[in-house]
Design a protein around this ligand. Sequence first.
Ligand SMILES: CC(C)(COP(=O)(O)OP(=O)(O)OC[C@H]1O[C@@H](n2cnc3c(N)ncnc32)[C@H](O)[C@@H]1OP(=O)(O)O)[C@@H](O)C(=O)NCCC(=O)NCCS
Length: 174
Amino acid sequence: MEFEWIFKPIDEDMDVCSFDCGKEPLNSYLHRHAFTNHTRGLCKTFVALPYEDSREVAGFYSICAGQVSFDNFPKRIGRGLPKYPIPVMRLAQLAVSKNHQKKGLGEELLMSALCQAISVSNQLGIYAVIVDALDNEAQQFYAKYEFTAFIDKPNCLFLQLKKIIATLDAGTSC
Ligand SMILES: CC(C)(COP(=O)(O)OP(=O)(O)OC[C@H]1O[C@@H](n2cnc3c(N)ncnc32)[C@H](O)[C@@H]1OP(=O)(O)O)[C@@H](O)C(=O)NCCC(=O)NCCS
C-alpha cells in the first residue's frame, strides 16, 4: 500500500510527546529538544504527518551544518581533499514511530533530507552528508543507501554529495 505522508517543519502544535520509535535517545530528542533547537537555529527538524492537519508525528529528521577533518575520510577520498575542515550537512536524527515502521517512511525521510542537501548545496559548499548511526541496526539501514564509515569512527557514516546528486537529481526525485 502506498502512503502519502505530509512533510512539514516542526511546529508547537504537533503532538511530539506521543512519538515512540523504540529508541530512547531519538524519542527524547524529539520530545525535549527538537522544537527549541529548530527555533534557535541550531538544528532544523522536519516531520512526516499521516495526513494534512494531523497532530501525530509519524517520523522526523533533523539537519544542521557541520564539518569534518579531511583525514577522517578514507584515504582514496581524503587524498584529493584540501587540508582544512570539509563542510558537510549532518543528518543529526532520523526516526519513524513504531506505528508506522516498515511502510517506506524511513526511506522517504532520508530522501527528503538528501534533497535538502542538494538544494542547500546550490548556495553553500557541502561535500557530503554525514550521519551518526545510533547502533548496528541504524548502520545497516544507512548502508543500504551506500553510506560509508569514516576512518576510526565506525558509527559515523558519510555519503558524498556528488553521489547523492547522481542518484537523486538524475531521477529528478527532488
Ligand atoms: C531505521 C528506521 C528509520 C527505518 O524506517 P522504516 O520506515 O521502518 O524503513 P522503510 O520501511 O522505509 O525501509 C526502507 C528500507 O530499509 C530497510 N530497513 C528498514 N529498517 C532496517 C534496519 N533496521 N536495518 C536494515 N535495513 C532496514 C527496509 O528493509 C527497506 O529496504 P527494502 O525496500 O529493500 O525492503 C526505523 O526502523 C527507525 O526509526 N528505527 C528506530 C530509530 C533508528 O534506528 N534510527 C536510525 C537513525 S540513528
